[in-house]
Design a protein around this ligand. Structure first.
Ligand code: IGP
Length: 271
């Protein structure tokens, strides 16, 4: 069993447990349930913004503990002040040290799109995402059969949520892309082996139809890489560890975005 298979098997168990503890009817009573969704698509493609989706991630199976002390309130507010377009909050507890509470806290303090970063395998988690104030959910091609992925995407749409489809190669893209999807993320990290390469994004970008917003995910640690990815056609960039490994993630994001804007002003002016 590779790590992704293990996470997914555990997730099915976790969801079954949560379902029996908190019924859907209760989730639907949340103040967020009828609230308006802030569009990730719109914020990420806004030319006035950086396109960066800054992630709050305490630990990961590939890196172990990244930051055990960070406060979601301080970091999420700081990320947005630094010039991020949107937030991504890990809610998986077992492997990533996150929680629904983390996302609710981020929601309380920020008016921006928030991606619920988790391993969605069931409609229940999509209702839950809405009930905690998320605007967008992640669906991972490597973890879901295409038909199931499509029905989950449609279900998310029916609740007004946006959908980020995550792929790692051309085959996943071809079999999993459907019209319930809003944004396509190319994960530079192979979730089965943890190998990371930006080339994954560069090689796949031209295969993504132009109607989808394009995001490059993972392993980005240099503002120069953003310029390269932007030139290749990416609208958005999902960055976690490079910020979170700092004792002041929001300060790391500020420095990174400042440098990116400087580079963009000279290198992208002719684009
Ligand atoms: O920390 P990084 O290398 O900047 O990566 C962020 C994000 O892309 C990564 O956390 C991620 C991408 N897809 C996922 C799926 C589940 C959990 C986590 C992820």
């Amino acid at each position: 069993m590779n790590i992704l298979e293990k996470i997914i098997a555990d997730k099915y168990r976790e969801v079954a447990e949560r379902k029996s503890l908190i019924p859907v009817k209760l989730l639907e009573k949340s103040i967020f349930f009828d609230g308006k969704v802030v569009s990730m698509k719109k914020y990420v493609t806004d030319p006035e913004k950086s396109g960066i989706i800054a992630e709050f991630k305490r630990k990961s199976p590939s890196k172990g503990l990244i930051n055990g002390a960070a406060s979601v309130e301080q970091v999420s507010i700081g990320y947005m002040q630094a010039g991020a377009s949107a937030l991504s909050v890990l809610t998986d507890q077992e492997y990533f040290g996150g929680s629904n509470e983390d996302l609710k806290t981020a929601r309380k303090f920020n008016f921006c799109p928030i991606l619920r970063k988790d391993f969605v395998v069931d409609e229940y988690q999509i209702i839950e995402a809405k009930s905690i104030g998320a605007d967008c959910i992640l669906l991972i091609a490597a973890a879901l059969e295409p038909e199931k992925l499509k029905s989950l995407a449609y279900f998310a749409k029916s609740l007004g949520l946006e959908v980020l489809l995550e792929v790692h190669d051309g085959e996943e893209l071809e079999k999993s892309l459907n019209d319930g999807v809003d944004l396509v993320g190319v994960n530079n990290r192979n979730l089965k082996t943890f190998d990371v390469s930006i080339d994954t994004s560069l090689e796949l970008v031209s295969a993504i139809p132009s109607s989808f917003v394009k995001i490059s995910e993972s392993g980005i640690s240099d503002p120069k890489t953003l310029i390269e990815l932007k030139k290749a056609g990416f609208d958005g960039f999902l960055i976690g560890e490079n910020f979170m490994k700092s004792s002041r993630p929001e300060q790391a994001a500020y420095n990174f975005i400042k440098e990116f804007k400087k580079l963009a002003a000279s290198e992208l002016s002719e684009v």
